[in-house]
Design a binder for this molecule. Structure first.
Ligand SMILES: CSCCC(=O)C(=O)COP(=O)(O)O
Ligand SMILES: [Zn+2]
Length: 205
């Protein structure tokens, strides 16, 4: 029997249902986590459909991604979630999805995508007005998650004011916040702006 708080499990399952309802976690894509007290992380187990996470589809790992129950397999991208929690002490929830806009735009753009002039930018810290911009970093995909996290960490070192999210090329979007409602709000804001960018490029190539 897991000692993960019921509220954490249910927050993760509800986030999965929400992401699925918006078409952002096709097949078994995506992963979801929340920080637990005591340097623990509750995270989705690998390979489940995130729209239908069973009650036992969430497990606990430490901040280095080591499972508390070695018989269970955490998300293949646990290292990226733990990288967020290690770096940002206030981060309480992290979401990863594979939407069409995130996937397509990350293949078209260079090392970042600029989101400017959108009212929804106010969903991000320190941006009280639409007259602002964020540079959303894009990292090349890598099946070696440890190596990918090293590149992400290097980028955070170089740009400490980077927004609480990034794209992985041809793969998807990561976003985090203090808690799950905040992370969902940011994910939806980012996905909305990415969809707008994609539509703008379609209309004005
Ligand atoms: C079929 S999606 C490929 C793996 C992936 O990118 C993902 O987000 C889901 O992996 P997990 O191990 O967390 O289920
Ligand atoms: Zn993924």
């Amino acid at each position: 029997m897991s000692d993960i708080p019921h509220t954490a499990i249910e927050a993760i399952r509800a986030a999965g249902r929400r992401m699925d309802s918006l078409g952002w976690v096709p097949a078994t894509a995506g992963n979801i986590s929340v920080r637990l007290p005591g340097d623990r992380v509750a995270i989705t187990r690998s390979g489940f459909h995130k729209g239908f996470i069973p009650e036992d589809g969430v497990m606990a790992v430490d901040l280095d991604g080591r499972p508390e129950d070695g018989s269970l397999r955490p998300s293949a991208e646990t290292g990226l979630h733990c990288g967020i929690y290690r770096r940002f002490p206030k981060a309480g929830a992290a979401l990863h999805g594979h939407s069409v806009p995130a996937t397509v735009l990350s293949r078209l753009a260079g090392n970042s995508i600029s989101l400017a002039g959108y009212e929804l930018l106010k969903a991000f810290p320190g941006l009280p007005t639409h007259e602002a911009a964020i540079q959303l970093p894009i990292f090349d995909n890598d099946q070696d998650i440890r190596r990918l996290q090293t590149r992400v960490t290097q980028a955070w070192d170089a740009a400490p004011d980077a927004p609480p999210g990034y794209l992985i090329r041809g793969h998807g979007l990561y976003v985090w916040a203090d808690d799950m409602p905040g992370a969902i709000m940011r994910l939806e804001a980012l996905e909305f702006m990415l969809a707008c960018e994609l539509e703008t490029r379609r209309l004005r190539p």
